[in-house]
Design a protein around this ligand. Structure first.
Ligand code: ADP
Length: 197
């Protein structure tokens, strides 16, 4: 059982590293951003509800987001653990997740904090905007998401730091180097590949 969060500013590479770490540890990577974008693309009722919010770079309401996460974590493949990317994103969502996990007698084993200097993350986001044309990667969308990160998401790290589960990882380097740093930090905690369930 490995229950992980990956937290970092937009452009920190947390989506890419999240997928790599989840594969290494044999657990599903759950990205709330991907879930919402998928719903928008598929035109589901959830997608209709969140489309304008996502495009503005604002947060989807906490109750809705937490309900989506609970539903996803209740699926059988998440019984052996999971990695959450993009959730929780504020203190209210931390409380929702705590309540859900406590109800199952579970807790987060580790929080990966990916550290990337602001200039670097902005440069990566502009590159992604040019390459992928994501609808929220406009100048305003990016600025809004970074501001929300500083104001609402960075503070959740203090909560997890008080629980002594945060691993701060240098997010500058090659993809393989960064993955290696994360795996080493988690293994030093007795988590992952070799660890017993
Ligand atoms: P980024 O990290 O670049 O902001 P994400 O893929 O994580 O990209 O999220 C894209 C958008 O999806 C967010 O701007 C927000 O509108 C919505 N979203 C994702 N996760 C959450 C969440 N936990 N709470 C509220 N909204 C969310």
């Amino acid at each position: 059982m490995t229950r992980l969060l990956i937290v970092g500013p937009q452009g920190s590479g947390k989506g890419t590293q999240g997928v790599r770490i989840a594969e290494t540890f044999g657990i599903p990577a759950v990205s709330t951003g991907d879930v919402f974008r998928g719903a928008v693309a598929a035109g589901t009722p959830l997608g209709e509800q969140v489309k304008a919010i996502i495009e503005a770079g604002d947060l989807v309401p906490d109750e809705l987001t937490s309900a989506v996460v609970r539903e996803r974590l209740s699926q059988p493949d998440a019984a052996s653990g999971f990695l959450l990317d993009g959730y929780p994103r504020n203190v209210a969502q931390v409380m929702h997740l705590d309540e859900f996990l406590e109800g199952r007698g579970e807790a987060i084993d580790s929080v990966i904090e990916l550290e990337v200097p602001r200039d670097e993350s902005i440069a990566r986001l502009s590159r992604r905007a040019a390459e992928q044309g994501r609808s929220d990667d406009t100048e305003e969308g990016i600025a809004n998401r970074l501001a929300i990160y500083e104001r609402e998401t960075a503070p959740i790290l203090d909560i997890y730091r008080a629980r002594d589960v945060v691993e701060r990882i240098d997010g500058v380097g090659s993809l393989d180097e960064i993955t290696g740093r994360i795996v080493a930090a988690l293994e030093a905690r007795g988590l992952g590949r070799g660890a017993a369930a």
